[in-house]
Design a protein. Structure first.
Length: 192
C-alpha cells in the first residue's frame, strides 16, 4: 500500500484513510485544521482507481466482502508494523470507506492508536472481541444517505461496550466532511 509521510515538529502523528474516490491528500486540510504541527502518514487505498479508489472491495447488498476485507486488514497491519512511529502519540482519522477500514483494524488490534476519529462510518457488523483505552470520536450527518444515522448510533453503542471513551457527534449535514465536525473532532482530541 502506498503512503506519504509528512514529518513535522510535534511528536504527534495523524494517520489518514481517505473515503471512496479520495487519495492520500484528501484529508490533509482536516489535519491542518486540527493541528498544523502534527506529522502525517496518509495511506492510499489499493482497490479501484480514481472515483472508485477505496481500501477494500465494494459492498454487496450493503455487506462487506469479508474475505477481501480481512485480507486487506491483515496486509495493512503487516505494513503498519514496519512504518509506525515509535514514542509518538498516534491518531487514526478515517472518512467513510477509510473509517470503515479503521474499524476493521480496531477489530484485530484494538490498541492501534491512542485516538480514533471516524468521519461518517457505516455499521457493517464489525466484531470487537476486546477493547482498549483508545478514545473514539464518530460523526454522522442527520441527512447522510450512506452512513445511516440510526445505524451509526448503534455502532457507537457497540463501540462503547469495548471502548469506554467513545463519543458520537450528530451533525445537520449529509455525507461530507464539514468544518463544524472538524472543529468538533479538534475539541474532542484536546479534552484528554
Amino acid at each position: 500500500m502506498e503512503y506519504i509521510n509528512i514529518p513535522a515538529s510535534a511528536n504527534e502523528f495523524f494517520v489518514l484513510f481517505h473515503g471512496t474516490g479520495g487519495n492520500e491528500y484528501s484529508l490533509l486540510t482536516v489535519t491542518g485544521d486540527i493541528d498544523p504541527n502534527a506529522s502525517v502518514i496518509s495511506f492510499l487505498g489499493e482497490e479501484g482507481a480514481g472515483e472508485t479508489r477505496r481500501f477494500f472491495k465494494p459492498l454487496v447488498n450493503r455487506q462487506l466482502q469479508r474475505d477481501d476485507f480481512n485480507k486487506k486488514v491483515a496486509a495493512f497491519l503487516t505494513l503498519w508494523d514496519t512504518v509506525k512511529p515509535t514514542d509518538a502519540k498516534i491518531t487514526f482519522i478515517g472518512y467513510s470507506n477509510g473509517a470503515n477500514f479503521v474499524l476493521g483494524l480496531l477489530g484485530k488490534r484494538p490498541d492501534i492508536a491512542e485516538n480514533i476519529v471516524l468521519l461518517h462510518p457505516s455499521n457493517l457488523e464489525y466484531t470487537f472481541e476486546k477493547g482498549s483505552n483508545s478514545r473514539i470520536f464518530l460523526t454522522v450527518g442527520a441527512n447522510d444517505p450512506l452512513s445511516v444515522p440510526g445505524d451509526v448510533m448503534k455502532l457507537a453503542k457497540q463501540l462503547t461496550e469495548q471502548f469506554p471513551s467513545t463519543e458520537l457527534k450528530m451533525l445537520d449535514s449529509g455525507h461530507e466532511v464539514t468544518l463544524i465536525e472538524v472543529r468538533a473532532a479538534a475539541e474532542y482530541l484536546k479534552k484528554e
